[in-house]
Design a protein around this ligand. Structure first.
Ligand code: ZN
Ligand code: ZN
Length: 419
């Protein structure tokens, strides 16, 4: 489809720029209007500069190619020590309960105190990661091609084979170890998946399995268990929604119970949130390094060019989710996932480039879970090019879509019902 393209001059530098009515008009020479809707960000400039510097220094560390595994730096050791301390809480509570019952008399009093201690131990015991409720399971016998590809990838990468694939309607693909047996699960988000070309799918799946290989801090059971305890603590010692409404509406005098809960929130709650913030910071560099290493694995498996393209597609994740929502709200007779695929593949390279530049402005934050996309693609492209070890042809890619179709239909029906 040929469209008449208009040309205008950049109001900042006079450089000629193309106008595409469907996308933002911006200047690739001086970045004029590259981010027309900047987010409100109250971070002081010095901190942004510092975070940019941290992101760039981590990037350089990987650019030299000397780093091959997450490694035990001071921060990672700190994260594990802190996690161990957090896990002492339920353990100490449990032991205190036992000690009370054994050594303290009268029994009725020690029994009551022990019950309290056991309650604390139970409430804040570590929990294993569970599957989210809103996902659909894809059994192995229903998707032999997909599982064969995943097995092949897992074997080549040197990680455990995936036990379950699940489907969701979010625009992401993820990897998690579920339960105390840490069964590896891959989650496929339909809107993102639909917009990926075959080899880009290999890249994304290889990236996720790469996380299994490196066992990054999040998936280490110690830190994971500590996070589950922290999560419960945060839930318990944070002002509940109902409390907030009551306070804002000025309903009645605060009772003794609400005063106590407010005091606990102000003391223990602040402490818990502080510890969570610290643990997040300690893990951050390790987590981001793990992302780069997973990207490298993806490059080895899918080839560097397809991997870089796949990462660039990630900047369209939000757009692909909105496209899916639109397709479900206003059905046109086309399969909703096909509509997403068309919309995403029609986005011109210039618009993807703009979004990558926005990622440089917005995502260089060290509190993001992933390093900024522009650095990830740059790292893939500056390292020596790799050819694919595993090739997924168009046919096998289509077969996978057919295998996923019944489960995808269910997932989409649920999303449609919730719109
Ligand atoms: Zn310009
Ligand atoms: Zn990742």
């Amino acid at each position: 489809m040929q469209r008449a393209e208009e040309i205008t001059n950049c109001p900042e530098c006079g450089h000629q720029i193309r106008i595409d009515p469907r996308h933002v008009t911006w200047c690739d020479k001086c970045d004029w209007n590259v981010d027309p809707t900047p987010r409100e960000d109250h971070t002081p400039p010095w901190r942004l500069r510092l975070e940019h510097r941290l992101a760039e220094s981590l990037y350089r560390e990987l650019e030299t190619g000397s780093v091959h595994r997450p490694g035990w730096d001071a921060a990672r050791i700190g994260a594990h020590v802190l996690s161990a301390l957090i896990l002492l809480l339920p353990l100490i509570a449990f032991l205190a309960g036992v000690a009370l019952l054994v050594f303290y008399r009268p029994l009725w009093l020690s029994g009551m105190l022990a019950l309290l201690a056991f309650g604390v131990a139970f409430l804040f015991h570590p929990r294993a990661a569970q599957l989210p409720d809103d996902v659909q399971l894809v059994p192995r016998d229903q998707a032999p091609t997909l599982y064969a590809v995943l097995d092949e990838l897992a074997d080549a990468i040197g990680t455990r084979r995936v036990t379950t694939v699940v489907i969701s309607t979010e625009a992401n693909v993820w990897y998690q170890q579920i339960g105390w047996r840490f069964r590896p699960v891959v989650g496929i988000g339909l809107p993102l998946w639909a917009g990926l070309r075959p080899q880009e799918r290999i890249a994304i799946l290889a990236h996720e399995l790469g996380h299994g290989r490196h066992g990054d801090a999040r998936s280490s059971w110690l830190v994971g268990a500590a996070w589950s305890v922290l999560y419960e603590l945060k839930e318990t010692f944070t002002e509940q929604h109902g409390d907030r409404i009551r306070r804002e509406l000025g309903y009645g005098e605060p009772t003794g119970a609400t005063l106590i809960s407010r005091m606990l929130n102000a003391s223990i709650g602040v402490l818990v949130r502080g510890i969570a913030w610290l643990l997040e910071r300690l893990e951050l560099r390790g987590n981001q390094r793990a992302e780069y290493l997973a990207d490298r694995k993806a490059g080895e498996m899918a080839g560097s060019e397809a991997t870089a393209h796949a990462l660039e597609r990630l900047v369209l994740a939000g757009a692909s989710y909105r496209a899916l929502e639109r397709a479900l709200r206003f059905p046109t007779g086309i399969d909703p996932l096909e509509a997403v695929r068309r919309e995403v593949t029609e986005v011109p390279a210039r618009e993807i480039e703009r979004r990558l530049r926005v990622s440089r402005l917005r995502e260089a934050r060290t509190d993001a879970t992933h390093p900024p996309t522009y650095l990830r693609t740059r790292l893939i492209r500056t390292r020596p090019a790799t050819t694919a070890r595993l090739v997924l042809g168009i046919d096998r890619s289509r077969t996978i879509d057919q295998e996923l179709h019944p489960t995808a239909t269910k997932a989409l029906a649920e999303l449609r019902a919730g719109l």
